[in-house]
Design a protein around this ligand. Structure first.
Ligand code: NDP
Length: 247
């Protein structure tokens, strides 16, 4: 079996479905020990058994990334279990689309607390360990972190924020040999749209998914794997990846 990341420890947030789940499986398949975090512990347990059956090593951690105390406990659990942290994949996120005029402030708060503050807080908590290991931070932004579409004002604000945070972080930590990669996927077939509260935008996303060949979660996992498997001198800063069918 491929052992590119043997000896490395990874933490993937939002690993109970979609991109996070596929990324955790992909990292484990090339030898990393992988901690998988999210709120749905049953789904994480299923993923851990799947990884273990394939010969990998994994640990499930129940964590709400919108809660500061869960974030520090999560990072502590990984480091106390395996003694180090090499790769942090900040993937947990929600996309609550709505036009600004109709937007629910609680939806905006939820996105900012998870997509932005949660990602930033997790990065801060992990940073001492990543400096010690000359590690790698992978932040999952979006095409919406580069192109702000109508109906995505709140979501795009968080994903542009992730891009800005990542660039500032990169310049703070490159001298410590810590690498920073931002991933910007276009439309990927996952559970992301299930949580949209605006019916028109929820139906619109379902229509787009039904009428185009979207990316798979594994396509994004492959992009992340490419970035983290490069030699230490190579810092893949950004990967913008759309389905061929997407404008
Ligand atoms: P999914 O909805 O399938 O996955 C989202 C993950 O985030 C789940 O594991 C969910 O787990 C977790 N999550 C949600 N809320 C919390 C929370 N409060 N604390 C911890 N974990 C949480 O969607 P995707 O796989 O598509 O999304 C992953 C990332 O990719 C997101 O950041 C999204 O913005 C981004 N992205 C997705 C695109 C797409 O088209 N699908 C395009 C561009 C970017 P649980 O509910 O168990 O906590």
């Amino acid at each position: 079996s491929n052992s590119t990341l043997t000896g490395k420890v990874a933490l993937v947030t939002g690993a109970s479905s979609g991109i996070g789940e596929a990324t955790a499986a992909a990292l484990a398949a090339v030898g990393a020990k992988v901690a998988v975090a999210a709120r749905r512990i049953d789904r994480l347990a299923t993923l851990v058994s799947r990884i273990e059956k394939a010969g990998g090593t994994a640990l499930a951690i129940e964590a709400d990334i919108a809660k500061g105390s869960d974030i520090t406990a999560m990072v502590d659990k990984v480091v106390s279990k395996w003694g180090r942290l090499d790769i942090l994949v900040n993937n947990a996120g929600v996309m609550l689309l709505a036009p600004t005029a109709e937007a629910d402030l609680d939806d905006w708060r939820r996105m900012i607390e998870l997509n932005l503050i949660g990602l930033m807080g997790t990065t801060k908590a992990a940073l001492p360990h990543l400096k010690a290991s000359k590690g790698h931070v992978v932040n999952v932004s979006s095409v919406a972190g580069r192109v702000a579409n109508p109906g995505a004002s709140g979501y795009a604000a968080t994903k542009f924020g992730v891009v800005a945070f990542s660039e500032s972080l990169r310049r703070e930590v490159y001298a410590d040999k810590v690498r920073v990669t931002v991933i910007e996927p276009g439309l990927v077939r996952t559970e992301l749209g299930d949580h949209i509260t605006n019916e028109e935008f929820k139906a619109g996303l379902e229509h787009r998914l039904a009428t185009m060949e979207a990316l798979t979660a594994e396509d994004i996992a492959n992009a992340i794997l490419y970035a983290v498997c490069q030699p230490p001198r190579v810092n893949v800063n950004e990967i913008l990846i759309r389905p061929t069918d997407q404008e």
